[in-house]
Design a binder for this molecule. Structure first.
Ligand SMILES: Cc1cc2nc3c(=O)[nH]c(=O)nc-3n(C[C@H](O)[C@H](O)[C@H](O)COP(=O)(O)OP(=O)(O)OC[C@H]3O[C@@H](n4cnc5c(N)ncnc54)[C@H](O)[C@@H]3O)c2cc1C
Length: 590
């Protein structure tokens, strides 16, 4: 059932699992655990339902949801030294489906070496590419694009899953520059050489974007894993508008003793048991407490999960004490090691009127394409905001030393090509081509910290964008290399002058200033509750995602990844959810 009021949570049900956060990974676990009708699951999601939210459904509108609204946590970072002291918006989905309901739809799995590195640093081969590959397929439902165009050569069928939950599709409406982009790729080669399917584990090269789109609409962890046939399950309760403040230590009864706890026992032979959650209606009101009989699963994301842990006294004991919070478990890595992708957009005027800028300016053209989407689910709004992207390595003397990428076949940067101006307000006149550059293997590390001992205060978010000199230099090298794309002969007579502030960025020093003034986040934070080997004193969870030094508490979201994958992160969130579901079923013999 889907409940919109915490007062409606049934009082006569013993929940085996309470999942905190009905986001990308949380809903995967909710779905998989309730496949067994004997298992009772409660999901507590702070945001509202995604039902009927047009900006979430229409693929081309996906970039609009970063604006402050009820569907957003509306966070801002600390002032960023790497961005000339600016504080930048830090979007996170506050809606059922979490960031998979508000994201920009790009589906990339990253490099196989990203996952092999997780296996290496956790000492658990279960996190290797080879062992996760079946889970990528399990979560995916490859779907034909709505225009049913011939997709031969645009993707590799054997790499995909066809009977999973999340719809993944190529774009369903051609973009006017599609053929030039492919020609430019063959004319230039090198970092732009064609890659038929970057989701094979070998992601280097330029290819056609694959997006979490099905039938011309967004496919999210809510529309997929909580689809009507799943939310109808008698053993699944999903509550929206329910904000969790803390997990609480649960008093032990004979049947609650977790004999398999992996932690340090206290004098009584036990580790602290955390199977209770404290929450309230998101708009305010009295606190409620509920206890799970098996586990509490934190799936509140890379910002929300460490925030809840710290509020609960699980974190760096000294810092907690200084804020007036009673420390219960000393895990200094909670909230640390935040790793995210810095992004900068560049644009050129083009000698064309066939770009998305026209309908983006609103008016009749926008009304027309929206009506087309609403009546037939066709037209330009079925597409994400880009049609092509690619990944490449920085070569030669400019390459980061030591290498920040996960391995020799993993990229340092990503470039995105779009037939129109960058996300954000469209200038009143002109037609554009955009290239976005992303540093996908950064060395900078940031943090999530508490602002006060009020659990409903927003956390202090420092993503450390371009903090290190290595990252600043790598971003400059990446931007230069990516924007070489416009030098392909095919663009002669098409691409005109640089647009906006990028027009003045003609020297290295000016490029650096342009980057500092215009870089933001690509919204991919991970690592704030990172996994480490069983028994290791650092890290926050073991490779089975159980929180160290406690029992009853697991983390299933992207905060567990020790490094950010070199790609957009939603596919990784689905795969973490799928693997975690099997780990939990195995642990509890379900
Ligand atoms: C604007 C934006 C654009 C993006 N674009 C892309 C893209 O194009 N492609 C891509 O692959 N990735 C993209 N990402 C990243 C990707 O969507 C995320 O990495 C991924 O969805 C994270 O999954 P998660 O399960 O870790 O967290 P989330 O999906 O964020 O889920 C966390 C959930 O927990 C809830 N929550 C948090 N705190 C509490 C609390 N105290 N109580 C109750 N509930 C709580 C949140 O409301 C949310 O629903 C984007 C992200 C954003 C924000």
């Amino acid at each position: 059932a889907l409940l919109s009021n915490i007062a409606d949570i049934p009082t006569n049900v013993q929940f085996d699992f309470i999942i905190v956060g009905g986001g990308t990974a949380g809903n995967v676990v909710a779905n998989r655990l309730t496949e067994n009708p004997k298992v009772q699951v409660l999901v507590l999601e702070a945001g509202p339902s995604d039902d009927g939210v047009l900006l979430s459904q229409v693929p081309y509108f996906s970039a609009e949801l970063v604006a402050p609204s009820q569907y957003e946590w509306n966070y801002t970072t600390t002032t960023q030294p790497g961005l000339s002291g600016r504080a930048v918006p830090y979007p996170r989905g506050h809606i059922l489906g979490g960031s998979s309901s508000t994201n920009w739809l790009v589906y990339t799995r990253g490099s196989s070496e990203d996952y092999d590195r997780y296996a290496k640093v956790t000492g658990d081969l279960g996190w290797s590419w080879k062992n996760l590959y079946p889970y990528f397929k399990k979560s995916e439902r490859w779907t034909a694009p709505v225009d049913n165009h011939d997709t031969t050569g645009q993707f590799t069928p054997s790499v995909h899953g066809y009977s999973g939950e999340v719809g993944v599709s190529l774009s369903g409406s051609p973009s006017a520059i599609d053929s030039q982009v492919i020609t430019a790729s063959s004319q230039l080669g090198g970092p732009f050489k064609f890659n038929q399917d970057m989701n094979s584990g070998n992601e280097i090269g330029l290819g056609w974007v694959q997006s979490t789109i099905k039938g011309g609409s967004r496919s999210s962890s809510s529309t997929a894993y909580l689809a009507p046939q799943f939310i109808a399950r008698k053993n699944l309760w999903v509550v929206v508008n329910a904000q969790v403040s803390r997990v609480l230590q649960t008093s032990r009864t004979a049947d609650s003793v977790d004999a398999n706890a992996d932690g340090t026992a206290d004098a009584t032979g036990f580790v602290p048991l955390f199977r209770s959650v404290e929450f309230r209606n998101s708009a305010g009101g009295p606190l409620k407490t509920l206890t799970a009989t098996r586990e509490v699963i934190l799936s509140a994301g890379a910002v929300g999960t460490p925030h809840i842990l710290l509020n609960s006294g699980i974190g760096n004991s000294n810092s907690l004490t200084s804020l007036g919070i009673r420390p219960i478990v000393n895990l200094p890595d909670v909230g640390e090691n935040l790793s995210d992708h810095p992004v900068v957009a560049t644009a050129w005027f083009v000698n064309s009127t066939d770009t998305t800028d026209n309908f983006r300016r609103g008016g009749q053209l926008l009304d027309d394409v929206l009506q087309q989407w609403q009546t037939t689910k066709t037209g330009p709004l079925v597409n994400p905001i880009l049609n092509h992207l690619g990944f490449a390595r920085i070569s030669g003397s400019l390459a980061p030393q030591p290498d920040t990428a996960a391995g020799p076949n993993s990229p340092h940067y990503e470039y995105i090509v779009a037939n129109g101006g960058p996300p954000g307000p469209t200038p009143p006149t002109g037609n554009f081509m955009t290239m976005v550059t992303v540093l996908v293997s950064p060395s900078s590390r940031g943090s999530i910290k508490l602002r006060s001992n009020n659990p409903f205060d927003s956390p202090v978010i420092d993503p450390a964008l371009l903090k290190t000199t290595t990252d600043k230099l790598a971003m400059r090298a990446s931007l230069k290399a990516a924007t070489n794309f416009v030098t392909a002969p095919v663009w002669n007579g098409y691409i005109m002058n640089r647009a906006g502030a990028f027009a003045d960025a003609t020297t290295d020093a000016k490029l650096d200033s342009f980057i500092a003034a215009n870089t933001g986040t690509l919204f991919h934070p991970v690592g704030t509750a990172r996994m480490s080997p069983k028994g290791a004193s650092n890290g926050v969870t073991d490779p089975d995602l159980r929180v160290k030094k406690v029992s009853g508490l697991r983390i299933v979201d992207l905060s567990v990844l020790p490094f950010v994958p070199a790609g957009h992160t939603v596919a990784s969130a689905y795969v973490v959810g799928e693997r975690a579901s099997d780990l939990i079923k195995f642990f509890h013999k379900l």
